[in-house]
Design a protein around this ligand. Structure first.
Ligand SMILES: Cc1cc2nc3c(=O)[nH]c(=O)nc-3n(C[C@H](O)[C@H](O)[C@H](O)COP(=O)(O)O)c2cc1C
Length: 330
């Protein structure tokens, strides 16, 4: 049974990865409903939070039904990170996560995200200060190292544990790799197999089939799997993995009705959360993904993705329900 601080997250938990513009409250709620054990917000800038930037602050919203939920923050300045911990706490998350893995230039150039992999002492001292500054469990998400010549993740993980990190999620790529090549889970299992480690080590990178999740558990011996891209447009992935673990068989893909229901609820939750205009606009690419595989769908997708009016989008869902009734997804 894995525990993040005092939070029991079950045997081999499946975690929804933090994903910018994807892991918003409606999407997290759907993933939770379909089997995600822990969900994380997208990364939130500590500098944005302390400046009270509206966009950053809105990302702090969480629903009761998605718990346990972690809010992820990034930054490289100690003072800003500590101040943002206080702001984040007011939203009542269960976990605070630090992003030490984002590879994009605008983050890395400020020494944040994966940029910190070039300054391990700072990574450790920031983590320590944040752990001391909050009663919430602090988790870390990181990569194997800066580049293939600087993979010291076994030592780094041990130091993060020693200063109080409650769990570590490791993406099996270096910063230099960005998203290229295949994720390498071997160094992650070396972290787990270090006899000094006692906190959960979650594996991340390329889990896109139930078999891969099982491999992460049985062959690599990790404590849980963090899942990102496989869930985009497909929140059912979590339940499919769980079904496979329980039965050794693949669950049939969700029916058209289930997909329509998810799209309707996703849109409604987004409207309730952000208002009609933003709700319709910002969730377009999610719910159109739910229908991937239906042939000749362009006309319907266009209706869903171009209207600013929620009523038109709901009407498009009704049309899909009517026109493709009984469609069997592969
Ligand atoms: C669209 C997108 C946005 C992402 N945003 C974040 C983020 O905000 N914070 C973070 O730690 N990682 C972020 N990531 C990285 C993922 O959390 C994850 O580490 C990566 O996608 C590898 O896992 P996967 O192969 O299961 O997708 C993002 C990835 C994608 C595809």
């Amino acid at each position: 049974m894995a525990k993040i601080g005092n939070i029991d997250v079950g045997e081999f938990p499946l975690l929804l990865a933090p994903m910018e513009d994807v892991s918003d409250p409606p999407f997290r709620a759907l993933c939770k409903e379909h089997g995600a054990d822990v969900v994380y917000t997208e990364f939130i800038s500590s500098e944005g939070l302390i400046r009270d930037a509206a966009k950053s602050v809105m990302k702090l919203d969480i629903y009761e039904k998605e718990r346990p939920v972690g809010i992820q923050i990034f930054g490289a300045n100690l003072e800003s990170m500590l101040q943002s911990v206080e702001i984040v706490e007011k939203s009542g998350p269960d976990i605070i996560d630090i992003n030490f893995g984002c590879p994009v230039k605008k983050v890395v150039s400020k020494g944040a995200g994966a940029g910190i992999l070039k300054d391990i002492p700072l990574m450790v001292s920031l983590t320590e200060a944040m752990v001391k500054h909050t009663k919430l469990p602090v988790t870390v998400k990181t990569r194997l190292g800066w580049d293939s010549d600087s993979i010291k993740i076994v030592e780094v993980a041990e130091r993060l544990q020693d200063v109080g990190a409650a769990a570590i999620s490791i993406h099996g790529r270096t910063r230099v790799q960005m998203y290229k090549g295949e994720a390498n889970w071997t160094p992650i299992s070396e972290v787990k197999n270090n006899p000094r480690m006692h906190i959960p080590i979650f594996g991340n990178g390329d889990v896109d089939t139930p078999e891969k999740a099982m491999e992460m558990r049985d062959k690599f011996g990790l404590d849980g799997a963090m899942i990102g891209r496989a869930s985009i447009g497909y929140p059912w992935f979590f339940r499919e993995v769980k079904h496979f673990f329980e039965t050794g068989k693949h669950l049939a893909p969700p029916s058209l009705e289930e997909r329509i229901d998810a799209a309707r609820r996703h849109l409604q939750m987004a409207i309730d959360w952000k208002g009609e205009k933003l709700g319709v606009f910002e969730t377009r690419r999610h719910y159109t993904n739910y229908f991937k595989g239906i042939p000749h769908f362009k006309e319907y997708r266009q209706k869903m993705a171009t209207s600013d009016d929620a009523a038109d989008v709901f009407a498009a869902f009704d049309e899909v329900e009517r026109d493709f009734a009984g469609y069997e997804f592969a």
